[in-house]
Write a protein that binds this ligand. Sequence first.
Ligand code: HSE
Length: 445
Amino acid sequence: MTSQTKIRTGKGEGEAVGIALLGFGTVGAEVFRLLGENADAFAHRIGGPAEIRGVAVQNKNKLRPGVPKDLLTDDAKALVMRDDIDLVVEVIGGIDFPRELVLAALNAGKSVVTANKALVAAHADELAEAADNAGVDLYFEAAVAAAIPVVGMLRRSLAGDQIQRISGIVNGTTNFILDAMESTGASYADALAEATRLGYAEADPTADVEGHDAASKAAILASLGFHTRVTFDDVYCEGISNITAEDISAAQQAGYSIKLLAICERLRDAEGNESVNARVHPTLVPKEHPLASVSKSYNAIFVEAEAAGSLMFYGNGAGGNPTASAVLGDVVGASRNIVHGGRAPGENTYANLPIADFGQVYTRYHIDMEVVDRTGVLSAISALFAKHNVSLRTVRQEDGDGIARLIVVTHTALEHEMQGIVEELGQLDDVKAVHSVIRLDGGQL
Ligand code: HSE
């Protein structure tokens, strides 16, 4: 059982909801604009006016057209604690400072809407506990895939189902880069440079290209989908910076696209014991799978549920407007509860399943290597796979000058066995290089 028992009474129909907006970057500015321009509609949807009563920024002297100067403050904590603030909207980013502000708000009995995936993925337990203790709401729809309403879908629409698996493209920057590599034959470096030029990739692209951003989102999706706390540190994470133009073209020839997938999976061992695994890594997706056709910077989340079957959610996963849409949906939900009383369904980690180590996961592999082209090489390699209980599905050889390129696709195999194979392949004299080992995934398709 969770502790969501505290009943909150509402302020009453027609009463205003006082909002503190923390942060005025691309998302904050859109939230401010849309809430102001559509004030009447929001008042109808909520049951009372939603009033932004303060905007916390770093530099309150910077000109912000359309924002009355007296709303601006550089003291976010004081704004959060003001008596006329009922709801705090956090769109600052980072972890430590927003954590302090969000906890202060929740502990003071104010509901919170945050777009901050890193904060939620690292500290969901203490935030949820603070919200429960105070009987207020903690909403974070914008933290995963911005405009795609996947958090609400897992929390509410699929609350009656059993989620088996969630696999998604949850990072637009890396999808843009991989898509550009596939459609133009560009190298990783050139595609990244293009993504930076067009404003998709940040000046320091590490969080996106190394998969950290997607790993935060995977932690949130797995926690909601499996009713089990999964944090950022529980997620195996591998980014796309080692993917080469040769990997992309080998994948294409074999009928796959390479996507950076966040995969959240319910595992069941031979005795029927369940556990969960969450991971992020480049993945070969069959061209006929719906995720393979997600191009440019779009996001998509493919959910496999026991009763619902397969569902796919597609759309804009980043940007000021799409993120503001998700934030404002949460503002309406949280404000309704402030006006009318009650709480939204919150965190529920009752299942508390163990987190399976990545080594225990079964998947398929595409291995691209260079071997000496002489009698017996293939049989030595297949013996190594057999020793690790990994069955080969296809082996393709391209002849070179005394050297052959060997592309092996396996049947489903245990990750830790595959890691053992890769280590031992490196020790075989006839194996000149293992260029890539890319996991292959098609869900249940
Ligand atoms: N940087 C992210 C992306 C958006 O490229 O999708 C915010 O999570």
